[in-house]
Design a protein around this ligand. Structure first.
Ligand SMILES: *Cc1c(COP(=O)(O)O)cnc(C)c1O
Length: 396
């Protein structure tokens, strides 16, 4: 497992000046001595020293050998899909990130790539879905927003036996908690916008592998398609990664307390957090990750959009916004926000109920966060009694 000392000392000191902070090479091109004779860099889409340093740091963090940084998490996912060709098939986790679902179904299906969504929390379902055309298995673990956990090691064995690649979107875990390559995955992707960046101040994505051939193919696609991460954002991402372990440790502690609090609340119906022993695959989460992460989701006993909206607009410290993984706590209503692009019937079938609320538990004092949730529950109770009064006065 990666640790903070390894991480901090994998960030190089500038050999030219001794600068302890990685320099930002804000340049588009590099002077050549003669055509094709240069210092290893010719054009900044192809390579940039700041981005290259970031890629080296993240490759080490994930116990990989090759990393490529993109301008968003979706651009990173897009690069992996471009390894495929018409006629190929993907088996994907059913509770998939909404943006990945949109990319798969609205962009790639029209190029003749078939996607089968299965409940990957049981590895046998993946095994049963494999066909001779399956070229890629796509996991997210934990998933967004119902925190499903899939057994990376078991599914990696199925991928190997079926001659296809396993890619894990490990955004929710971050490399501080889980390293899919060590469990047999071929490729890891991150929306670095989330925990890697950690401060809600940039959009970035990264693809990591420990296979030289795959690494070269992704590098080729990064240059050929062009969705690179800028030098400044590469620097900002390194700046965020420096405190990854410290932040994630506290996110986990705070989220665990929030989950325990929610699990005893009378207005809460279901609670989704891999750190609770009641979670379906708690034992797998425990086996493959160092911690359970900072995201907690729950549904309300009153499973309506109105109740959820009253709740998410009633918190003070949990700010209503898309995204997750930043230092400030965020709250969201997936049915109306991140998962709006998924048809309602499919969304509900995957457990994203109308009242589902997702918390990205931040780094505030956990007592303040719990008090904030507590007062929001009081608000939905008030809303309930107001509607009841209205109904009584109408019938009178
Ligand atoms: C946010 C997110 C993405 C997309 O990343 P962007 O940086 O927003 O493009 C992909 N996968 C997961 C699990 C995410 O949470």
């Amino acid at each position: 497992m990666s640790n903070a000392t390894q991480l901090l000392h994998s960030i190089p000191v500038d050999p030219l000046t001794g600068a302890i902070s990685v320099p930002i090479y804000q340049t588009s091109t590099f002077i050549q001595e003669a055509p094709g004779v240069n210092k290893g860099y010719d054009y900044a889409r192809s390579n940039n020293p700041t981005r290259e340093t970031l890629e080296g740091i993240v490759a080490k963090l994930e116990k990989g050998t090759h990393a490529s940084a993109f301008s968003s998490g979706l651009a990173a996912i897009d690069a992996v899909l471009k390894l495929l060709k018409t006629g190929d098939e993907i088996i994907a986790v059913d509770d998939i990130y909404g943006g990945a679902f949109r990319l798969f179904t609205q962009v790639y299906e029209k190029f003749g790539i078939k996607i089968t969504y299965v409940d990957t929390t049981n590895a046998e379902n993946v095994f049963n879905a494999v066909t001779p055309n399956t070229k890629l298995i796509w996991l997210e673990t934990p998933t967004n927003p119902t925190l499903k956990i899939s057994d990376i090691e078991a599914i990696a064995k199925i991928a190997k036996a079926s001659n296809c690649l396993l890619c894990v979107d490990s955004t929710f875990a971050s490399p501080a908690l889980q390293q899919p390559l060590t469990l047999g995955a071929d490729i890891v992707v991150h929306s670095a916008t989330k925990y890697l960046g950690g401060h809600s101040d940039l959009i970035a994505g990264i693809v990591i592998t420990n296979n030289a051939d795959l690494g070269a193919k992704i590098k080729f696609l990064q240059n050929a398609c062009g969705a690179i991460l800028s030098p400044f954002d590469s620097w900002l991402l390194i700046r965020g990664i420096e405190t990854l372990h410290l932040r994630v440790k506290q996110h986990c502690l705070n989220a665990q307390e929030v989950a325990v609090y929610l699990s005893t609340h009378p207005l809460v119906d279901k609670i989704f957090y891999p750190g609770l022993p009641s979670h379906h695959n708690h034992h797998i989460a425990k086996k493959q990750a160092k911690g359970f992460g900072g995201i907690v989701s729950f549904t309300l006993k009153e499973d309506t959009e109105a109740a959820a909206i009253a709740f998410v607009t009633g918190t003070k410290y949990f700010l209503l916004a898309e995204s997750l993984g930043g230092i400030k706590s965020l709250i969201s209503h997936p049915a109306n926000m991140t998962h709006k692009s998924i048809p309602a019937a499919i969304r509900r079938a995957n457990g994203v109920n109308d009242s589902l609320i997702r918390l990205s538990v931040g780094l505030e004092e956990v007592e303040d966060l719990i008090a904030d949730l507590d007062q929001a529950f009081v608000k939905i109770n008030e809303l309930k009694s107001a509607t009841q009064q209205e109904l009584t006065s109408q019938s009178a």
